[in-house]
Design a binder for this molecule. Structure first.
Ligand code: ADP
Ligand code: MG
Length: 715
């Protein structure tokens, strides 16, 4: 193959419309039929899309192995040899094509089950071929099923052959003579038509220089047609950085422009509500983490710009009090606050907890949920409008349009991942100046994930538990030890404690697990007979009111055991409960196990979490269970979860395109992500409007991508 960038004098490139925007059918060798397939199969509409279809591997024609070297450890191999046999065997569904390739060390069998006619037509006995594929053994003989095969052309003497790219393809494309290597011909053609300037730089010169990143056009060329592995690695490194960097610029742009340009209520003073509570009603000393986060919130809310802060704190880290103090700050400045919870149970719990704390402070606190009676509801709505109610706690009911405030200044959203973005946005509209938003979540998210999925929010972490907490002891027990586990619960109950027994019910509609739960309930009852013991049960099929009553009895200590599905997962606080038994623990994900475990260890007593499984547990599940037994640290668990499952699956993160990188991975490229974040922040702090000369390439690029991504903040 010739040089990859070819100087052309065909046309003067239009300054505004890049050649990369050309529809794919205009590429030589494509045409309408193939274009249609490329669009349908690989989402390739333009030259640019093809440019961004990266090869999944390269063939190094200089690296040819000997057939005799194939052993059971060999995965992929490339060999050359003479085809000395080619015949079809069997018929009907058992029909296959067998070939034999010989080099000077041995014989390799080649097998095709599909496309037999076509293969038979395109290769012939007697020729020398270059063959690549995944090796296996059949009857103790090495073989490759569906190998890549082509006539062997010796490498150039100077060794300066390109590594030949192989692209992801599909069955339909292969049938149209566009297999992984044939697509390479199109990419090659594309590069023949491009000039370096067509792949314009988008990372500022000084950053390129600082980290010795290769130039953008150079990186694209080498990602497709590298001469050496090293060149390829450098190219990919740069392109990954670019991907992360552009994403970070976009996210931080939203964040920093909000700091600069949004309007927000000004909480300028700390007054008597805050101070009075802090000095006379706060039942404990704040942890350093709580103090730090409060300070961050104070700074955010004093500036006259809208706060949009995500507060992450492990279960039990004490987020509620931080929310309360922020609400008092709002009150000191003449603003109302609302606290939204995902369920009625949680809203009630917050209401009761806050009522106790606020006794004697002069703050008027109310609760509004779906079950608030009409008369009280009218009262509350009036109170919010005339500002006699300072704080309102509630559920989704707060979002309804009839709920209007005189002067809403702060919205706290607890356990955010149960609220949709649209629902939150509805709340923002309840004030002339958008209220400050504090989103709290107890689902720890690894830092890299948070930076990517929530990079447009400000972000606080409470990584410290209040003092005096006794770490929860977690153990793994087998089904066969169930009796002992029940004995243990009996002992704890005898000491005055309560216990949870949780059953998996992934889908509330799943009949099987529902029956499991019922069976489990009967079994628990037989271990803990009435009237000596009383048991609460809660599950998703139950009417809401019954759920509430059963939950309530457990909260009040009227029942000893709570048998439940994961509906109790989030936020419920029963400090007297000291045992958490999780049935079929192998069926739960890490973060869910951690959330469930967080229901105990909330009081002064030593608490236990028992993970019950059958005897056959998969390797993955074993790993999850051993992580749970080894640590109580939610952030460590979240890191592991991310490693085990990948970013797409992590609960509590946005289902957003922000995580869909082509090359980079937030699991494997952590350092590069940190670097990208650092550079993006520095750049924007210096040049938030992206107008400095050195940043113009970036600005141009962002503009050219407008509409493609839905990001439109840059003008
Ligand atoms: P979460 O962060 O899970 O929402 P909570 O706000 O419910 O945690 O707090 C858990 C428990 O810890 C509550 O009983 C709360 O009163 C208590 N708590 C919070 N902060 C402190 C502190 N600084 N010192 C002692 N106890 C605290
Ligand atoms: Mg909480």
């Amino acid at each position: 193959m010739g040089p990859i960038f070819v100087a052309t004098n065909l046309c003067i490139i239009n300054q505004t419309v890049s050649i990369l925007a050309s529809p794919i059918e205009y590429l030589k060798g494509v045409g309408p039929l193939r274009a249609d397939l490329l669009r349908k199969e690989l989402n390739i509409y333009t030259f640019d899309d093809l440019l961004n279809l990266f090869p999944h591997r390269h063939i190094d024609k200089t690296k040819v192995s000997k057939i005799a070297s194939i052993n059971f450890q060999t995965e992929y191999i490339q060999v050359t040899g003479k085809l000395e046999f080619l015949e079809t065997i069997g018929d009907g569904r058992g029909k296959r094509l067998i070939g034999q390739l010989r080099d000077d060390t041995g014989v390799l069998e080649l097998t095709w089950f599909q496309g037999i006619n076509w293969v038979q037509k395109s290769i012939g006995v007697g020729n020398t071929y270059l063959v690549f594929g995944k090796t296996g053994f059949f009857n103790n003989k090495p073989q490759i099923v569906h190998p890549e095969i082509e006539l062997f052309v010796p490498a150039k003497a100077d060794g300066k052959n390109y590594l030949e790219p192989v692209y992801p393809s599909t069955e339909k494309l292969k049938a149209r003579a566009l297999n992984g290597r044939q697509i390479a011909k199109l990419t090659y053609q594309l590069f023949m038509q491009l000039q370096p300037a067509d792949i314009a730089e988008n990372v500022p010169e000084d950053t390129l220089h600082k980290y010795q990143f290769v130039k953008r056009h150079e990186a694209y060329r080498a990602a497709h047609f590298p001469q050496t592995q090293e060149e390829y690695d450098k190219a990919i490194h740069r392109l990954k950085f670019e991907e992360l960097f552009i994403a970070q610029v976009r996210m931080n742009l939203v964040r920093l422009q909000r700091h600069k340009a949004s309007r927000g209520a000004v909480f300028e003073k700390v007054g008597s509500y805050f101070n009075g509570f802090y000095n006379n009603h706060l039942p404990f000393q704040l942890t350093n983490a709580q103090k730090r986060v409060l300070k961050e919130i104070r700074q955010d809310t004093a500036k006259g710009h809208q706060m949009n802060r995500l507060l992450q704190g492990d279960v039990g880290s004490g987020k509620t009090i931080v929310a309360l103090l922020s609400m008092l700050l709002a009150a000191d400045n003449g603003y109302q606050s609302c606290l939204m919870a995902p369920t009625e149970i949680l809203a009630n719990q917050h209401f009761m907890g806050l009522s106790t704390l606020l006794k004697g402070t002069g703050i008027e606190l109310r609760i509004l949920t779906g079950s608030t009676k009409a008369k009280e509801r009218r009262e509350i709505l009036a109170g919010l409008l005339d500002d006699t109610i300072h704080f309102i706690v509630g559920t989704h009911a707060l979002i309804e349009e009839v709920v209007q405030f005189k002067n809403l200044g702060l919205v706290v959203v607890d356990e955010q991942h149960r609220f949709g973005v649209a629902q939150r946005a509805a709340l923002w509209k309840k004030a002339v100046v958008p209220p400050h938003i504090l989103v709290m979540t107890a689902t720890p998210i690894p830092r890299t994930l948070a930076m990517t999925a929530y990079g447009d929010l400000d972000y606080s972490v409470m990584d410290e538990l209040p003092p005096g907490r006794k770490p929860i002891t977690t153990v793994h027990r087998n089904e066969t030890q169930r009796f002992k586990v029940m004995e243990f619960i009996r002992d704890e109950i005898a000491k005055g404690r309560q216990a949870y027994i949780i059953y998996p019910l992934i889908e509330e509609s799943e009949k099987l697990s529902y029956e499991d739960l019922m069976q489990g309930y009967e079994q628990v009852k037989s271990y803990f007979p009435e009237p000596k013991y009383s048991i609460s049960m809660v599950h998703g099929r139950m009417p809401a009111t019954q759920k509430e009553t059963n939950m309530d009895r457990f909260v009040k200590g009227d029942t000893h055991i709570m048998v439940s599905t994961t509906v109790i997962e989030v936020g419920v606080n029963v400090p007297n409960a000291s045992v958490m038994v999780i049935e079929s623990a192998e069926k739960f994900g890490l973060s869910q196990l951690h959330q469930l475990r967080g229901r105990v260890g909330r009081g002064s007593e030593k608490s236990f979490c028992i993970l019950l499984t059958g005897s056959r547990v998969s390797v993955d599940a074993k790993e999850r269970i051993s992580i749970m037994c080894a640590t109580n640290d939610g952030f460590k668990i979240a890191e592991k979860d991310l490693e085990l499952r990948g970013p797409g699956e992590i609960e509590g993160t946005r289902q957003s395109g922000a995580l869909n990188f082509k090359l980079a991975s937030i699991v494997n490229d952590k350092q590069l992500l940190e670097l990208a974040r650092f550079e993006a922040e520095n750049l924007l702090e210096e040049d938030i409007d992206i107008i400095m000369a050195k940043n113009l390439p970036l600005k141009k690029y962002l503009q050219s991508q407008k509409g493609k991504t839905g990001w439109s903040k840059i003008s």
